[in-house]
Design a protein. Structure first.
Length: 134
């Protein structure tokens, strides 16, 4: 993965007891899903299948370098249970280190968790193509 603005990073890295998994990037931003691996998939009827998969529990967006005095902006949607200041500080420190952003760089981190997330999307392009299966 080309992460020239962000130093060297693997597709996945540990973030406390979660995993940060590369999702996408632009010239000055990079995004990660936060989650865990599971061996059991729970179906809508309550039954389960033994299928290894990644469960997305949150996300992190990093914008760097930014204009003005604050050079790094972090937006983090965290799963419930990660609202303790010590955990949030550890998440920020882990992220900066993983992305090769100096620890003394100016940053602003907005960390939150949502009880409900709404996704509004348009995944079919002008030519009628999509990358999704519905």
């Amino acid at each position: 993965m080309d992460t020239s603005n962000f130093g060297s990073i693997e597709d996945e890295f540990p973030v406390l007891d979660l995993i940060g998994r590369y999702a996408f990037k632009t010239r000055a931003s990079i995004s990660f899903h936060l989650g865990k691996y599971s061996e059991e998939l729970v179906l809508g009827d309550g039954s389960t299948l033994s299928v290894p998969h990644f469960i997305v529990l949150g996300w992190i967006d990093v914008h760097h370098p930014c204009d003005h005095h604050i050079k790094t902006q972090l937006l983090c949607s965290l799963p419930a249970g990660y609202n303790a200041r010590e955990k949030q500080k550890a998440i920020v420190e882990t992220l900066l280190a993983a992305l090769g952003i100096p620890a003394d760089e100016t940053y602003e981190a907005k960390l939150f968790h949502a009880e409900q997330v709404t996704l509004i999307e348009q995944t079919t392009d002008r030519d009628g193509m999509t990358d999704r299966l519905y």
